[in-house]
Design a protein around this ligand. Structure first.
Ligand SMILES: [Zn+2]
Length: 350
């Protein structure tokens, strides 16, 4: 569809113009003589009436019901990448946050409200990760389609069993995630399960393209399973490695790779460490055999780096999501980079 919508549809659809010299510059489009265009169009009509009809819709706007891409609002970049992989040209994705932003703390800007108002489908982590901003956006956007409970709202973390569900709900315990730890995207097995459910959801909200979602979903699952096997075999040396987390973001990653989370630099979620707490940490974590300190790209690197300098334990910045690091360009390279950085940190140890 997108390729057809050029200023001159015949050029891109039919390849380089046959008449006249072909320009050496790939970007130069030559408008074929009218005759060529007419011959091409009638050939198309004979060859594929359906395609030609579609071409007519695009060029001449013959029908007001021309198919348009599903408008998707993704709260975080990992879901934007996933839905792009699953939806292809059938989805048009807006990402509300970047990998360098703290997804717990986003401002409900008017630009985000405007985007949500136009969305057919919103994909968020859910499980209260966006509790500080998404309810405001949903209220202000007043878009019935994407309200929680409707098919147009998909909460990724709520599709799977969450870890670290608090026994006691008390704000004195910090910025606690009452529903459990929502940072599920750090385990690719979670992404696999979420992808399957998201495929079903895409079919629910855009039945006309069900076959495409079905096929893309199956292709994704095959590629993803192969990638998991690759990551797991590369990450074998990380099994049993003790880590210190800056924020409690890595429980799913640690469980997947068999790493042990020994402590967090934040004494309570969202609460920065006091000097007393840090002092205690500095003596405890080497004694407990911590080998890596991990923190997300969006986080303040100073506390983990301070702990690293004092203990000699390498502090590793991990992308946490797509765009957190330059190498993490999509959900696949997110894990390539995460595993690569952990292994590099392990071999960099003194
Ligand atoms: Zn959190």
């Amino acid at each position: 569809m997108k390729r057809i919508m050029s200023e001159n549809p015949f050029v891109l659809s039919s390849g380089p113009a046959k008449q006249g010299r072909v320009s050496k510059d790939h970007c130069t489009r030559r408008r074929p003589p009218f005759d060529t265009a007419r011959r091409f169009a009638s050939r198309l009509l004979r060859a594929n009436g359906k395609f030609a009809a579609l071409l007519g819709v695009v060029i001449f706007g013959l029908t007001p019901h021309a198919a348009r891409a599903l408008n998707v609002f993704a709260c975080e970049p990992e879901w934007a990448s996933l839905v792009t992989a699953l939806g292809g040209d059938n989805v048009q994705v807006f990402t509300a946050t970047t990998g360098r932003q703290d997804p717990h703390q986003i401002q409900a800007r008017p630009a985000l409200i405007a985007r949500l108002r136009q969305a057919d489908l919103a994909i968020c982590t859910g499980a209260e990760l966006e509790i500080g901003w998404m309810p405001v956006l949903l209220r202000q956007a007043a878009n019935g389609k994407v309200q929680p409970g409707n098919p147009g709202y998909f909460a990724a973390a709520e599709q799977i069993a969450l870890k670290e569900k608090p026994i006691r709900l008390d704000r004195a315990e910090g910025d606690i995630h009452a529903a459990g730890n929502p940072h599920v995207q750090t385990d690719p097995r979670n992404i696999q399960a979420i992808a399957e459910l998201l495929t079903r959801r895409l079919i629910d909200v855009d039945r006309a393209n069900a076959a495409v979602y079905q096929q893309r979903g199956a292709e994704f699952q095959t590629k993803w399973k192969a990638a998991i096997a690759r990551w797991e075999s590369a990450a074998a040396p990380l099994k049993g490695v003790g880590i210190v987390e800056a924020h409690k973001s890595w429980v799913y990653l640690a469980d997947w790779l068999g790493m042990r989370s020994l402590a967090a630099i934040e004494p309570k979620p969202g609460v920065p460490p006091s000097s007393g707490y840090l002092a205690q940490l500095l003596t405890e974590i080497p004694a407990r055999g911590a080998k890596l300190i991990v923190y997300a790209a969006y986080q303040d690197p100073r506390p983990p780096q301070f702990v690293s300098e004092k203990t000699g334990i390498p502090a590793i910045e991990l992308p946490f999501t797509v765009g957190g690091t330059d190498a993490a360009k999509d959900v696949f390279s997110l894990f390539d980079d995460t595993v690569g950085r952990l292994l590099a940190g392990l071999s960099a140890r003194p």
